[in-house]
Write a protein of this length. Structure first.
Lengths: 313, 282
């Protein structure tokens, strides 16, 4: 079973602890989202797992092999995309990916096919023989995503994989990750996009200020910390009628909280899923309060994230 | 994918570190020879060669045309170290610092490859690219020598080998400085200042004024490239008096020169590699 394990993993820069005693064990074939605010230690962890930086203390292991003791063995079945790498500018995507395939020991007979497939996955067929130096950041990011797929790795480490991509590129990369989940892989990806993590991942690990706050499946985390609330923002074309409107909405079935954002916008928290959300919209319209917009303000995961990160401040 | 005792392992057989060094060298070399700086360096070398060809052809200076050794000494001995230093700066100056500043290291390092394979592979690529430049300069030198004298003296072959050895030390040194800094500009600038100004200035001051043999300066060791073309080989110490002041000039003996170049190569290679092994991608 593919695995990622850290034990007391610590990284300090002088007195500043970028990561403190991280104990994390992830096993199995699944996708784990790695969440936290800027500077929380997400990228530091991923860099420690790929030998880009060295730990001050503790151990990082992949598939049971310590990166510090035997990097080559530990990373033999790992595909990684950390930050936004650059590729030697005079090489073409085909050459750059062939280099990585050769380093990872992809047999000569397989190499061409694997490179072509990876290029096709990221929709870069048109550019495969053009020099990378002329590519945009998003195009380079696609090539780097492709490089992480080479050699059929059992563990894939992704650091904000959709960073720098246009909306279509983001959607394509998410589709690639979802497809990989069905292929016996352990995917560990950091992201700032909670909707992306909700959409793609099975489990979530949250870090803040170098410490692990929670690691569990997304349903467990949301059940434990959010109280199961979803939130919609309701836009009105005339000012809400003081506390009266809020009180009336608060009395509707499944509504747990109503907050006035400003005179024309309300935040409504409710228990339940899309069926409740649909019914609630109908009831708000029937109340005749002037509803002109109605959209989900946050997911459960976002609510949990904000609560947990706020709690550690 | 299959199981091993410690967990999962790749179905692929990861190549040996030597093979991975070769893979890195191959693609780094491809990047070098397609780069603008390679063509700039090639242009500079061809320009120097054409200028020398035109000047010697038109003016026929006595220092060049009296004997074949005098020709090779004046042409090759005085110019080749400049070509080597320039190649070292062009191909080695930012070879390692660029991995950090340009973030190319983020593409190669997080793979099952030792950092030493990347370092050595890039060094070999820079050496081969520099040797291509050196080969162009050598061909023009030999072409002119053959035109004027019809032969290539044995001493020139030895001088060429010394030049190739010196190139290894210069690249070892530039790679060492390149691994010290994360900024490409600073590493190129420091290397250029050291080789083009500082070393020769220190060498002059130490030998002429302090009368101390500058055995610790790499460019002093490189004198063997030109001196081997002088027969008999120049005296080790030459003093000249200008009034009350005595100036001393040192000519490095061949074995000592080789030892200086070799020591620089070994020391800077080990240090540069050790720094790159420990340096962090922050």
């Amino acid at each position: 079973m593919p695995s990622i394990e850290t034990a007391n993993l610590t990284k300090k820069y002088g007195k500043l602890a970028a990561l403190s005693d991280l104990d994390l064990k992830i096993e199995g074939t699944k996708c784990v989202g790695f969440l936290g605010p800027n500077g929380s230690g997400k990228t530091t962890t991923l860099k420690l797992l790929t030998d880009l930086i060295k730990p001050t203390k503790g151990e990082a292991m992949i598939n049971g092999v310590s990166i510090r003791a035997d990097k080559k063995k530990a990373l033999e079945s790992v595909g990684a995309l950390i930050e936004t790498p650059e590729i030697y500018p005079s090489l073409t995507p085909r050459e750059a990916l062939t280099m990585i395939a050769e380093i990872r020991g992809v047999p000569r007979s397989e190499r061409g096919r694997q490179v072509d497939e990876a290029i096709s996955e990221v929709r870069m067929e048109e550019w495969v023989d053009k020099r990378v130096g002329k590519f945009s950041k998003g195009m380079k990011q696609r090539i780097c995503v492709a490089s992480a797929l080479l050699g059929d790795p059992s563990v894939i480490l992704l650091d904000e994989p959709t960073s720098g991509l246009d909306p279509r590129g983001m959607s394509e990369v998410r589709d690639i990750i979802k497809a990989l989940k069905g292929k016996d892989r352990l995917i560990f990806m950091s992201s700032h996009l909670l909707s992306e993590v909700s959409d793609v991942c099975d489990e979530v690990a949250m870090v803040d200020r170098g410490r692990l706050i929670v690691y569990d499946s997304i349903p467990n985390v949301t059940a434990k910390f959010s109280g199961g609330n979803n939130v919609v923002e309701v836009g009105l074309h005339r000012p809400a009628d003081g506390d009266c409107t809020a009180h009336s909405i608060g009395a509707l079935p499944d509504v747990v909280r109503v907050e006035k954002i400003d005179a024309f916008n309300l935040s409504v928290a409710f228990n339940g899923g899309l069926d409740v959300q649909e019914r609630l919209l109908g009831e708000l319209v029937r109340m005749g309060i002037g509803v002109v917009s109605y959209r989900a303000a946050s997911s459960e995961l976002e609510e949990v994230y904000l609560k947990l990160i706020k709690d550690t401040k | 994918m299959a199981h091993s005792g410690s967990g999962y392992y790749s179905a692929n057989s990861i190549p040996s570190s030597i093979s991975q060094t070769g893979i890195t060298m191959k693609y780094a070399l491809l990047d070098y020879v397609r780069s603008r700086r390679f063509f700039i360096m090639l242009g500079i070398t061809i320009m120097i060669s054409l200028l020398l060809t035109a000047i010697v052809g038109y003016y026929q200076p006595a220092t060049f045309v009296t004997s074949e050794l005098a020709f090779y000494s004046s042409w090759w001995g005085s110019s080749v170290t400049f070509v080597i230093i320039l190649s070292g700066i062009f191909f080695g100056g930012d070879a390692i610092s660029g991995e950090f500043q340009n973030k190319t290291g983020y593409f190669s390092v997080p793979n099952p490859i030792k950092r030493s394979s990347i370092y050595i592979g890039k060094w070999l690529a820079a050496y081969i690219a520099s040797m291509v430049i050196l080969a162009v300069f050598t061909l023009v030198t030999v072409g002119n020598g053959m035109y004027y004298f019809g032969t290539v003296p044995y001493e020139f072959d030895v001088s060429f080998l010394f030049a190739a050895f010196y190139l290894a030390a210069v690249l070892g040194f530039t790679f060492f400085f390149s691994s010290l800094f994360k900024s490409s500009t600073i590493s190129i600038l420091v290397t250029a200042i050291l080789f083009l100004f500082a070393f020769s200035l220190i060498q002059q001051l130490v030998s002429s004024l302090a009368q101390v043999e500058p055995w610790f300066i790499l460019t002093y060791g490189a004198q063997i490239i030109g001196n081997v073309l002088t027969v008999p080989y120049p005296a080790h110490v030459i003093t000249s008096n200008y009034g009350p002041i005595t100036f001393t000039a040192y000519n490095v003996p061949i074995l000592e020169g080789m030892a200086i170049i070799g020591a620089y190569f070994v020391a800077t290679a080990i240090l540069g590699l050790a720094i790159f092994e420990r340096k962090e991608f922050n």
